[in-house]
Write a protein that binds this ligand. Structure first.
Ligand code: DGJ
Length: 728
């Protein structure tokens, strides 16, 4: 049993493999947080040591209560608004009389085996691996019949607690939700560092660590998507936490739109984390009888530093979020036409690339942007999802020829966008997000379709499904190349305009759902100008996301290591591209480009017909490596052996299979140094008792982990090697 309820103290203890979460319902019917961290045994010692003491008159208390009951000072599972708790809060709901005062108390709870899906939103699921139990707590507002549901699903074997919230309007009039966070978590002190994945286009998800300071520290998006700038992922760690030691709390939000994750260091020495839909761009009118659901928040804790947090999240996302069996299934090794040809291709050129690909053992050709409408550059045709026959003739015919070469075929779409120069825009100018009478922003010559409208979603489904049925298309790259502006829907009344951004996301999720229902074997790769929408929300529909438009191997080390803090390597789209790199102009050895792309879904992003004979040989080796190491990389445990937070002269990371029978180390020297000493890497996660064969030696796991493994690399910037360890 992972959820226990002790009626005498009204105490809930949620237990995972090595983590516990506890709260209780106090004498005033508040849900008071007690603990999230290392595993507790027995129910004693939690309520007795709750954080409660009398404070000043500036922290108010309710009539009949005492100063120490002040909601401004208690650690709480849920906080309302304008009713005494002045910290960042869970909810604010506007009622018919114009009051935004929100204050809810415990009413009841239920505990059940498994976990229910969330209608319309990505959601974690129970699977054959491990036990899952759910607690649902119902709270009711003190002045009206508005109910709040707090949900906790315990994914025991991953040390992950999934939280979400809902509001149910049981009053006779509509209410307006102004803020409803997925989770609020109060921690007993403020001595944390704040860890985020930040960056920009082509420089996504660099790991950044700063000291948590008094006030509120926030990451957020108002871009209509999670954005390149901050992924909805955050960790709070002890100041002395390292890759392998120290307390680390991790939080992910399963949402791909405007989000907010914030931590407040407050006056009484505690800190509060709130995460959910960004209230800055959100309000939602809830009619009587209706319920509104938030996205899910995934919370974990590890006392084993960042590596422990990462492993918890990797296992959890692979086993309980990525669906369709794709987490374990081998993805086709692909070549993508984008950096190979951009818009300049015809069927002959594509078949040329396909022939070279087949000869090299590559398994799929992906036709990227430029195959539809009259799109020969990025100024036209988005929305016109019909084949440009002048360029590629009959799509079915082309795919048959590619299949005949032994290759699968994949196709690029940018479903959410529309070009002003398109037939779709001529027919449906009102389908664009815009406010009539106001000038409209352009990004890459394109506008955003109003996916809050069901008819737009239906149109996109019909059109895309039509293309998918017209040929044997087994993969779709779903791109999204600008952010949302002038977010206003011609289809909604003025008082509902605050719903558009979230309804847009629901439309995106709905379209994914419809496509996956109609094409259950379809592999969809997410993309947004690279990794502009790399989040746990998208991973609820797509097993892999193009990590970055920056395919420079050296840059990718930082991006992929940062990303790996929270997201599994099997979710990271990574390809070998040409040098000088199209984004950075840097040249890196071909072998190293392969070694780094192997730490991802692996593929090529170049014109295979132009490879030198030496590089062709290297491609063959890389293809063999892909097959040899796939399971280890995709399903094993990742151990970062160098600092993910900085640019290092030397980087290394490794994968260890779950049974610890094999391991793979990747080592890269970014900058060659003259007269550098001998370098050792210290492997992690091996079985100390097992003897491993490595580099022609037979060494015990214990010796390898204590002494390390001598790592001599060829000379030159960007030299690298893979080092395989096999248990004897
Ligand atoms: C941005 C993507 O990240 C690229 O890989 C490519 O698909 C282009 N869009 C196509 O326009």
């Amino acid at each position: 049993m992972s959820i226990q309820y002790f009626e005498d103290r009204k105490l809930f203890i949620l237990s995972c493999r090595s983590v516990s979460y506890a709260f209780y319902i106090d004498r005033n019917r508040r849900a008071v947080h007690l603990h999230f961290g290392g595993k507790v045994i027995g129910e004693t010692g939690l309520v007795e040591q709750e954080i409660r003491k009398g404070h000043s008159s500036f922290s108010p208390w309710a009539p009949g209560e005492k100063p120490e009951d002040s909601v401004d000072a208690l650690p709480l599972e849920f906080s309302g608004f304008n009713s005494g708790d002045f910290r960042i809060h869970s909810a604010a709901v506007l009622t018919e009389n114009g009051s935004l005062i929100t204050d809810a108390l415990y009413v009841s709870h239920r505990i059940f085996q498994g976990k229910e899906p969330l209608p319309g939103l990505p959601a974690a699921f129970a699977s054959r691996t491990g036990n899952v139990e759910t607690l649902e707590v119902t709270m009711r507002d003190t002045a009206c019949d508005v109910e709040f549901l707090l949900r906790y699903s315990v994914f025991e074997e991953c040390d992950v607690i999934v939280r979400s919230a809902a509001v149910r309007n049981r009053t006779a009039s509509p209410v307006v939700i102004r803020r409803l966070m997925s989770a609020q978590l109060d921690l007993p002190h403020t001595a944390f560092d704040f860890v985020q994945l930040s960056g920009s286009w082509s420089r996504e998800r660099h790991a950044v660590r700063t000291i948590l300071h008094p006030g509120i520290q926030t990451i957020r998006s108002v871009r209509g998507s999670s954005g390149h700038q901050n992924s909805p992922a955050l960790a709070l760690c002890a100041h002395d936490a390292t890759e392998y030691s120290g307390d680390v709390y991790g939080a992910l939000l399963a949402y791909s739109g405007n989000f907010r994750m914030e931590v407040e260091c407050e006056q009484y020495g505690t800190s509060r984390l709130c995460l959910g839909i960004n209230p800055e761009t959100f309000s939602w009118t809830l009619a009587p009888g209706e319920t509104f659901e938030t996205p899910e928040a995934f919370l974990t804790f590890s006392a084993e530093g960042f590596s422990g947090m990462s492993r918890n999240f990797h296992d959890f996302l692979r086993n309980h979020l990525i669906r369709g069996g794709w987490a374990e299934k081998k993805r086709p090794l692909l070549v993508n036409s984008w950096e190979a040809a951009y818009f300049d291709f015809d069927s002959e050129k594509l078949l040329g690339i396909a022939k070279s690909a087949a000869a090299l053992g590559i398994e799929m050709l992906v036709l990227d942007d430029g195959w539809f409408g009259v799109r020969n550059d990025d100024t036209t045709s988005l929305g016109d999802w019909f084949v440009n026959r002048e360029k590629i003739g009959d799509l079915g015919e082309l795919v048959r020829k590619i299949n005949a070469l032994g290759l699968k075929f994949g196709l690029w779409f940018e479903p959410e966008m529309i070009s002003e120069k398109s037939e779709l825009y001529r027919k449906h100018p009102d389908w664009v997000l815009h406010e009539p009478g106001r000038r409209r922003s352009i990004g890459r010559e394109q506008m955003v379709l109003d996916l809050s409208r069901p008819e737009v979603v239906q149109y996109l489904f019909d059109t895309i499904a039509g293309v998918l049925r017209s040929a044997n298309i087994e993969y779709v790259k779903w791109d999204m190349n600008r952010n949302l502006t002038e977010v206003y829907s011609a289809a909604l009344p003025p008082e509902r305009q605050g719903e558009v951004a979230h309804r847009y996301m629901l439309g995106v999720y709905r379209l994914h759902e419809m496509l996956l229902e109609a094409f259950p074997n379809l592999l969809i790769e997410g993309c947004s100008g690279g990794g502009g929408r790399f989040d746990a929300g998208m991973l609820g529909y797509v097993p892999q996301i193009w990590c970055s438009d920056d395919t420079d191997a050296m840059e990718r080390i930082r991006i992929q290591l940062g990303t790996s803090l929270f997201y599994p390597v099997s979710a990271m789209g990574a390809h070998v591209s040409v040098c000088p790199n199209h984004i950075t102009g840097r040249s890196t050895p071909f072998a190293t480009r392969g070694n780094i792309a192997l730490s991802g879904t692996f593929g090529y992003e170049l014109d295979l017909t132009k490879l030198s004979p030496e590089d062709r040989l290297l491609v063959r080796e890389q293809v063999a490596d892909y097959h040899k190491y796939h399971d280890l990389i995709a399903n094993g445990d990742l151990h970062r052996l160098s600092d993910a937070f900085s640019v290092n002269a030397f980087d290394a990371w490794m994968y260890v299979s779950k049974d610890r029978k094999e391991a793979l180390i990747t080592a890269v020297c970014r900058f060659a140094e003259p007269n550098a000493g001998v370098r050792f890497v210290r492997p992690r996660g091996l079985d100390p008792e097992t003897v491993y064969e490595v580099d022609g030696m037979r060494i015990s796991g214990a010796t390898l982990m204590a002494l390390g493994l001598r790592m001599d690399l060829p000379p030159g910037d960007g030299a690298s090697r893979l080092c395989y360890l096999k248990a004897l």
